[in-house]
Design a protein around this ligand. Structure first.
Ligand SMILES: Cc1ncc(COP(=O)(O)O)c(C=O)c1O
Length: 425
């Protein structure tokens, strides 16, 4: 008898157990996992090999090949990817490394775990404002901000878009400044045909819920050099030498140590599981399809809003850098100046109408209580554009299946009901 598990045998179970989003008609992420994605995870569970193994290595190889990076190392989240990249960038084995007290340029519109690894590693963050319509830093302002103490530039490619990274890269290379590209919101986006995340020394990605692809939790770090690759592998897993090229050499030098437990550097445990790697890998095969559908859905939403007789420029949309071929997972919306006092009411109304929304990254990060704990000298008021994004911006999802007319109408009518809120106020 053939005991092999087949996807078809499980299809009815998938239907039975699939959770429908009961709260939202238009959630941030809609049913993005195929039965095949989940089947891949079930196969891993049934194999009993749950911890990091061949599924992770297979995904890493496929990822590196597709985005044309020399090396890719999977971790358990985008935050872990930032942590690993940052601590690799100051590791004593690295020739060009930053030291405690050096400075890092980072946008004020940032995610906490883009910032905190820098601070935890002893860097002084120097915040920079962003452009309110591209949501990204302006390259010439980054270059202007560089001084003798600048040793790291942490760029965030916000919601599928990017700044002129080639210009920043050119200057950074000359000055030996390390670039970490936080690409957690922009997997699959290209700048002049080259994948975002592959310009700098390290690029990081997230596979969290609602990102371009999702493995539940998960992330990836890419790098250019073999030495950095070996460093990332070791630091991802306790700092040990297992699976590294130098293992045999190390064994020879330390004959008294158990060769499976030789620790050659500092480290963390940031390993993913083969369960998440198998889901991520399965989703990754559909990345191009997701990018293309999301782009079309975005165009349809903008078109539908602008063609409505209720359209009065209530909103502004992301201005995409001409050199960027974008990859979206969310649809950022900036409420026009005239309507900005209605943001809270609008988001409550959207929530009641079944449309899930969230802030753009975490707004002007200097407003967050966590920023006060670290007593940064720069204050929130120095970043007026990040403040505009916090005060007037939010985003809704872009789904991986073509948007239906019903959902398009729901979004158009709900968003344009902002004028009624105006009358009510
Ligand atoms: C810019 C940015 N960096 C890092 C992260 C962290 O990724 P994760 O949620 O996978 O830890 C996020 C999360 O959404 C993010 O938006």
């Amino acid at each position: 008898m053939n005991n092999r598990l087949k996807l078809n045998d499980l299809n009815s179970l998938f239907t039975k157990y699939r959770k429908k989003n009961l709260k939202f008609k238009y959630p941030l992420l809609d049913d993005a996992f195929s039965n095949k994605d989940l089947f891949e995870a079930i196969k891993v569970i049934m194999s009993g090999q749950l911890t990091m193994s061949s599924k992770t290595f297979e995904f890493e190889k496929k990822f590196a090949a597709k985005i044309k990076s020399n090396y890719a190392v999977m971790v358990n989240s985008g935050s872990s990817a930032n942590l690993l990249a940052t601590f690799a960038a100051c590791n004593p084995v690295r020739k060009n490394r930053f030291k405690i007290g050096d400075e890092a340029i980072i946008p004020a519109l940032c995610w906490p775990t883009s910032l905190w690894p820098l601070v935890q590693a002893g860097l002084k963050p120097k915040f920079l404002d962003v452009d309110p319509l591209t949501l990204n830093v302006n390259a010439s302002e980054v270059i202007k901000k560089i001084n003798n103490k600048t040793k790291v530039i942490l760029l965030i490619h916000v919601l599928g878009n990017s700044t002129e990274i080639d210009l920043i890269h050119k200057v950074a290379k000359k000055k030996k400044i390390i670039i970490i590209e936080d690409t957690c919101e922009s997997l699959g986006a290209l700048y002049n045909g080259k994948s975002l995340g592959t310009f700098g020394d390290f690029g990081t990605y997230s596979f969290y819920y609602s990102h371009q692809i999702s493995s539940g939790e998960g992330g990836m770090v890419v790098c250019k050099t073999f030495d950095d690759y070996q460093l990332l592998l070791s630091m991802r897993a306790h700092g040990w030498s297992r699976n590294l090229k130098l293992q045999k050499n190390i064994e020879k030098h330390y004959p008294k140590l158990d060769k499976r437990f030789i620790f050659i550097n500092s480290g963390f445990n940031l390993r993913p599981t083969d369960i998440t790697a198998s889901i991520g890998n399965s989703q990754f095969s559909r990345l191009d399809q997701f990018i293309s559908i999301r782009k079309k859905n975005r165009e349809k939403i903008i078109d539908s809003l602008k063609k409505s007789n209720k359209w009065k420029n209530q909103y502004e949309f992301l201005k995409i850098n001409k050199k960027v071929s974008p990859s979206f997972f969310g649809f950022p919306i900036i409420i026009s100046e005239k309507y900005k006092h209605l943001k809270k009411k609008l988001l409550t109304e959207l929530d009641e109408l079944g449309i899930e929304s969230r802030p753009i990254i975490s707004g002007n990060f200097l407003n967050q209580p966590a920023a006060k704990v670290y007593k940064f000298k720069q204050k929130a008021k120095s970043f007026p554009n990040s403040q505009i994004i916090e005060d007037r911006g939010f985003f809704i999802g872009l789904h991986t299946k073509p948007i239906t007319n019903q959902k398009l109408n729901l979004l158009t009518n709900s968003l344009l009901s902002i004028d009624n809120l105006n009358k009510k106020s």
